[in-house]
Design a protein around this ligand. Sequence first.
Ligand SMILES: [Mn+2]
Length: 243
Amino acid sequence: MSGRTIFIGDVQGCLTELKLLLDRVQLGQEDQCCFVGDLVNRGPDSLGVLRLFQELGGISVLGNHEAQLLKRGFFQDPGDRQDWGPLSPLAQAPDRKQLGQLITGFPLLLCFPGVILVHAGLPPSLWDGHKEQLEAWDGKTLDPSKENEEVSFILSARYCDPSGKRPPRDYPPPGPPFQPWDHYYRGKPRVVFGHWARRGLVRTPKVLGLDSGCVYGGKLSAWIKEEDRIVQVNARKAYWPIS
Ligand SMILES: [Mn+2]
């Protein structure tokens, strides 16, 4: 029997909950764990999460939290004087550079059979789900010197208007003409994304939103593709105030 594909929402350093979730899905040797990004920051053990991710041979797309670290050169030289808060143990870890290389390789978008994985949103140029356009993005990594609107849509979009224009801010909810970006998605592959803790779990025929706010005291969610099944664990506590 071949393994399953298990998509996992924003972990944000919640190592205990991640381990519980992997128990609950009864992770097997052949199973592949695919993360929506934001493995790190805010929660109690980002270093532990990255090491476990490595051990699992996990796959992840890039989240905005990882992108920030890459842009700030965190993995080359986090700097002695800077206070990295919950990321301090990672900043001081002997395997920091190695983990940084892993994250540098996180793509912005990944295609699986029947599924597209991104951190936050699928940019307007991909809403029709044309194969050639998707192929151009599949596996592409971040070039920090070439960040454009599409990259920022992938990393941080929540609402947009029918043309794909985003509101100045997503909270409080912007109201018409803005809608959650997936409202406009017409493609065939199902899009798996995270990044939107306030919205919580989203499950429609077109998309799965897996950020159920674990680090804020919500849940950590997984979707097992082959079984079309959601598995969740409750956060042990709120590790960070929701902003
Ligand atoms: Mn995010």
